[in-house]
Design a binder for this molecule. Structure first.
Ligand code: TXA
Ligand code: MG
Length: 325
């Protein structure tokens, strides 16, 4: 089957104020012209997203950053040289061109240049910066294929199908301050990667409530209970299963390649604890298990460590939050 990738058509829809889902290297985005407040408002309706959660604006050239922000901080150029196009979002003071609906009334805007040909072409051909959150219903599993988008969003104007996303988890979101940077959302670019370009502030991750709504406790949830096993020991996993519902069919998400008896299914984030592989597979596995009628509950092996491991663990913890609290 041929993939649906008519970029001219998609660009036309963006120009006219419509909604287009498009691939990026991280996850699929649900895009609208970032300078058109009405078009952006439709994103919030379609996603059922609360209006307090601001959107990332996607650009294809450094000129666009000058029209969207008032910054002349040359650390932005340094970061862009090293990480763009790529999975880093930088929160900067916004210009008047950016409507308040994009930033949920904040004086700042998150900007990133995605590392995906289709996304960059779409931005160039439409001639517009594109505001886009991940193309899923609010709080649900993020999409890494066009089919994942179709499953959740029925009423959008077009989906550009670029195949599976090559990174698989969302961008790292940072803000800058006089001392350095603060990570507002963990992602594929790690603290250590960033430290090579900028000295970090004393706080590694923001603890201020809602400095970024990406810090919400519950997110990325499948429509089935999911739990993280507290260690790699089979007995403890069995105990979790029995204590929950002994008759229910459970799937196991393995990170190290370990397999346990007593599960109706095992999915592998990785077979050898490879973090990049795990990032690529994470959301697809959650989507598959959500759809699988032979699975009632999901148990995930923990993913220990820093960097990408932290980002993956953050997503698993948020996915399981509503079932554990
Ligand atoms: O990889 C990604 O970042 C994907 C692709 C589509 O680019 N987009 C994405 O968007 O994950 P979304 O809306 O699901 O998450 C955006 C995150 C939210 O946690 C939001 O709170 C934070 O970025 N954010 C956006 N603008 C912000 C701002 N001005 N200040 C603080 N946080 C902001
Ligand atoms: Mg999202």
């Amino acid at each position: 089957m041929r993939k649906d990738v008519d970029i001219n058509k998609a660009a036309q829809i963006i120009k006219q104020g419509g909604l287009v889902a498009f691939p990026t290297e991280t996850v699929y985005g649900l895009g609208a012209d970032a300078t058109n407040a009405q078009a952006v408002a439709r994103i919030f309706v379609e996603k059922e997203r609360p209006s307090f959660d601001p959107l990332i604006v996607h650009i294809a050239s450094m000129e666009q950053i000058h029209s969207l922000t008032t910054t002349n901080d040359n650390r932005v150029t340094e970061l862009a040289k090293k990480f763009w196009p790529g999975p880093l979002t930088i929160v900067l003071p916004k210009s008047d061109l950016v409507p308040d609906v994009v930033t949920s009334g904040l004086p700042t805007v998150g900007i990133r240049m995605p590392d995906n040909e289709i996304a960059l072409n779409l931005i160039e051909k439409s001639g517009k910066p594109i505001a886009a959150p991940s193309a899923n219903k609010f709080g649900r599993i993020s999409p890494t294929t066009a089919n994942h988008v179709k499953k959740q969003l029925k009423d959008i104007d077009y989906i550009l199908d670029g195949g599976p996303c090559k990174v698989g988890i969302e961008s790292t979101v940072i803000s800058l301050n006089p001392d350095g940077f603060v990570i507002l959302r963990e992602g594929f670019i790690t603290f250590e990667d960033l430290e090579q370009v900028l000295p970090a502030s004393k706080t590694k991750t923001s603890s201020a409530p809602l400095a970024s709504p990406g810090l919400l406790k519950s997110h990325y949830s499948p429509e089935k209970p999911i739990y993280i096993s507290d260690n790699h020991d089979f007995k403890s996993i069995r105990k979790i299963l029995d204590s929950i519902e002994p008759t229910k069919k459970a799937a196991f998400i393995s990170f190290t390649g370990i397999v346990h008896e007593g599960f109706s299914k095992t999915e592998f984030l990785s077979t050898k604890a490879d973090l990049k592989e795990a990032a690529v597979n994470l959301f697809d596995i959650l989507h598959r298990l959500e759809e699988d009628s032979n699975v009632d509950i999901i148990i995930a092996e923990p993913v220990p460590g820093d960097g990408i491991a932290k980002a993956i663990m953050d997503k698993l913890t948020k996915a399981s939050f509503r079932y554990n609290n």
